[in-house]
Write a protein that binds this ligand. Structure first.
Ligand code: UTP
Length: 239
């Protein structure tokens, strides 16, 4: 089974904590031992926000701020690489070709951002499409896709399952709000829709949840299931 795991920066590195990174490396190594081919996409987290805030105060423009964000995601990628064993490509992939080559060689690949104007949510969706992944998992700081922001709406309801088109329809109005509460950004949702990519959005606080979701489809988040995709990945039913 080929899997792309997007690890939000706020999940992997809300602040520098080797224990958290080690926990994720353990989950990824364990998935690789189970026979998964893996790409991990890592976000920038609190450290990126601090750098971007400082650079904004210094007068940097939005593209320059994105470039700083990308650099931090790549540093976080190096952190995860440092915690992974020798089955990982030692260099963060700078584009989808490099990531795809590493996966074809049998390495785990880790990458951060690739270009200004987007976030690593979109990178993960594009990588999943590029390497023809069976599954894309977003390990985020919210535990699924809701019909409203659960942090500000007590009555917000979580979706157990959505089609990619429904995901786009839910995310689109959320993305227009300042300080968007969307669990994945709109570009990522559109790429998921275009590719018809089977996707899970879950709470990434505990990396074991990612393992259970990938290996058995067990999770408490939201399944994004393309219409007419014929149910669950065969990998789950064979286990
Ligand atoms: P993240 O993917 O972590 O952004 O990339 P985010 O969603 O804002 O962060 P979290 O998950 O909520 O913590 C960090 C920053 O890097 C730049 C953007 O500025 C982004 O906000 N970036 C990242 C890009 O410009 N292009 C990319 O491909 C990736």
């Amino acid at each position: 089974m080929r899997v792309v795991v997007s690890i939000g920066g706020s999940v992997l590195a809300p602040k520098l904590d080797p224990g958290r990174v080690e926990g994720y490396a353990g989950a990824i190594e364990s998935l690789a031992r189970e026979g998964c081919e893996l790409g991990a996409v890592v976000g920038g987290g609190g450290i990126a926000r601090e750098y971007i805030g400082a650079a904004r105060d210094l007068g940097a423009n939005e593209v320059q701020l994105d470039q700083i964000g990308i650099d931090v995601t790549r540093i976080n990628a190096r952190l995860l690489i440092a915690a992974l064993g020798d089955r990982v490509d030692p260099t963060p992939a700078h584009d989808y070709d490099e990531a795809g080559d590493a996966i074809r060689r049998g390495d785990i690949t880790v990458m951060g951002g690739v270009m200004p104007g987007q976030t690593t949510d979109a990178v993960a969706a594009a990588l999943a499409e590029y390497v023809n992944a069976d599954l894309l998992v977003y390990a985020t700081s919210v535990d699924g896709v809701y019909d409203a922001d659960p942090r500000t709406n007590d009555g917000a309801e979580k979706f157990a399952e959505l089609t990619p088109t429904e995901l786009v329809d839910i995310i689109a109005p959320m993305s227009r709000d300042a300080g968007s509460s969307a669990p994945v950004d709109l570009l990522a949702a559109k790429l998921i829709e275009r590719a018809g990519m089977r996707t899970i959005v879950l709470d990434g606080e505990d990396p074991d949840r990612v393992e259970a979701a990938v290996l058995r489809g067990d999770h408490a988040g939201t399944d994004i299931v393309p219409a007419g995709s014929g149910g669950e990945p065969t990998y789950w039913t064979q286990r």
